[in-house]
Design a protein around this ligand. Structure first.
Ligand code: HEC
Length: 108
């Protein structure tokens, strides 16, 4: 296996492992993340998350997504598209918590 894909596999495994830990996010931080969802994510995905420059972030769309895949998309973005990585602003646990909220159909 080439070195790079080994590294990618290892970091994927680490993410999956960290994603299985219960995310214990303090209520005040939860409110901040929902604020970020509305104002930052909302600027591209629509204030009601019904779509804009980026696709709608609604529960239907994520029904078949693993929570970890959703958290990874949030953390790392989509290189080559306007979707930025949120890793500077969200921890793994916070991204996982946000992914869980999106799968449950949160509306900021
Ligand atoms: C600067 C604009 C921009 C911002 C800000 C942004 N996104 Fe995105 N996002 C996009 C675009 C554009 C895509 C589609 C990328 C593609 O073509 O695959 C996308 C894709 C996604 C996807 C994959 C959706 C799918 O069905 O494939 C998720 C999940 C997502 N964004 C979540 C978020 C979250 C959560 C935030 C806030 C923390 C956020 N985005 C902020 C532009 C943005």
């Amino acid at each position: 296996m080439p070195h790079n894909s080994l590294l990618a596999a290892l970091s994927l495994a680490a993410m999956v492992a960290s994603g299985t830990l219960p995310a214990d996010i303090a209520p005040a931080r939860q409110a901040e993340i929902i604020y970020l969802l509305k104002h930052d994510c909302g600027s591209c995905h629509g204030m009601r998350l019904e779509g804009g420059l980026g696709p709608a972030l609604v529960a239907d769309r994520f029904a078949d997504w693993e929570t970890n895949m959703l958290a990874m998309t949030i953390l790392y973005g989509r290189p080559g598209t306007p979707m930025p990585p949120w890793r500077p602003f969200l921890s793994d646990g916070e991204a996982h918590w946000l992914a869980t909220q999106l799968k449950q159909g949160v509306r900021p």
